[in-house]
Design a protein around this ligand. Structure first.
Ligand code: DNO
Length: 346
């Protein structure tokens, strides 16, 4: 297991020095965030990330994310050219020593929450999701401002995009994904990259948009498109776990070979389609983090793992979900679980 930490590049208020001081930290998870989606990443920018990380004793072997252009997801006429750009970025990343590339196939929105800073009884705050509140929002009116997704759309562009998706149902989105995977997985096989799709978050459809990576059934279909292990997943416990039907330890045991990257976070389910992000330990949320880590250890997982979506504690402010303190505590807790479990059972 290689413990990692997301770093948003030079604009990230959390320095590489601070990340390197977290015990047991192997490397960073980053990306060339400043290049617009659909364009090639300059090799100098990739190399710069690598050498910045190395200067702090950190590896740069995981990219999150190479974004998939909406026109690829829509199956537009220029999709093939855009898939070509995606593939070229994979080749360049492989050349710089990157091993795993995370991506997602969620139309328009990435992860979605109704609150970015819900105050918790202990005075900390966390991201929260309440379906009723989300459905009252009208994204085309600019009601939504989320830290996870591309905020560069104007209201008009967003409205046009939502309109274009009106003709795309789950089946069509699967077809477009198939077209994408058939082209990029052979490139991954050749270059030595493991592609790792992030599940939809939350794992169900919203605003009438199709969403297809939601649980074990989606994984069956995904792997049947391209059986190569390069066609793998980012197992995000908090995303899949928001749907109690997803038995995470069972999913891990069944698809271990396909899991290249883990986002290990806990959530507290507060009602039907309602949850808030909690601290990482089992006792703080609804997910059994011990059982999740045990399943990974017992399956021989030796990929990358990172804490995810910390609360804001000790007065910290910053990018919601991506402060230093709670994620650092999470990393230590996960490493502790890992050591305890592996020394007991192996
Ligand atoms: C949220 C993240 C997601 C993730 C992308 C992967 O915190 O887990 O934004 O990076 O969905 O493509």
């Amino acid at each position: 297991m290689k413990m990692s930490f997301r770093w948003y590049g030079e604009r990230d208020p959390i320095s590489l020095e601070k990340i390197s001081q977290i015990p047991g930290m192997h490397g960073i998870v980053s990306a060339v965030y400043e290049v617009p989606v659909g364009q090639e990443w300059p090799e100098e920018r990739i190399d710069a990330l690598k050498s910045q990380a190395a200067a702090h004793g950190l590896a740069f072997e995981v990219v999150e994310s190479v974004p998939v252009h909406e026109r690829i997801k829509m199956g537009a006429p220029d999709a093939d050219a855009l898939i070509g750009v995606f593939a070229e970025n994979l080749r360049r990343l492989a050349k710089a020593g990157v091993k795993v590339v995370c991506y997602n196939f969620m139309p328009v929105f990435d992860w979605l929450r109704s609150e970015l800073a819900r105050t918790l009884p202990d005075g900390s705050n966390a991201l929260a999701y309440d379906e009723e509140a989300v459905l009252k929002l009208d994204p085309s009116k600019g009601d939504l401002s989320l830290p996870g997704w591309d905020e560069s759309y104007t209201k008009e562009e967003l409205r046009a995009l939502l309109d274009q998706y009106k003709n795309i149902n789950d089946e069509k989105l699967w077809e477009n994904m198939e077209r994408f995977l058939k082209k990029v997985i052979p490139v991954c096989d050749e270059a030595g990259i493991k592609l790792a799709i992030h599940p939809d978050d939350p794992p169900w459809s919203l605003f009438g948009l199709p969403r297809i990576i939601t649980g074990a059934n989606s994984y069956e279909r995904l792997f049947s498109i391209e059986p190569s292990d390069s066609n793998g997943v980012t197992l995000c416990t908090g995303s899949l776990g928001a749907d109690p039907a997803n038995d995470l330890p069972a999913i891990i045991r069944k698809y271990a070979r396909k899991i290249h990257f883990v986002h290990a976070r806990n959530i507290l389910i507060t009602g039907g389609r309602q949850f808030q992000e909690s601290a990482h330990p089992t006792e703080c949320g609804s997910l059994d983090m011990y059982a999740i880590i045990k399943a990974l250890v017992e399956s021989g997982f030796d990929g990358y793992i990172r804490p995810d979506h910390g609360r804001m504690i000790w007065g910290e402010t910053g990018k919601p979900g991506y402060g230093l303190y709670d994620r650092a505590l999470g990393a230590c807790y996960l490493s502790g679980l890992w050591e305890g479990i592996s020394k007991t059972i192996l």
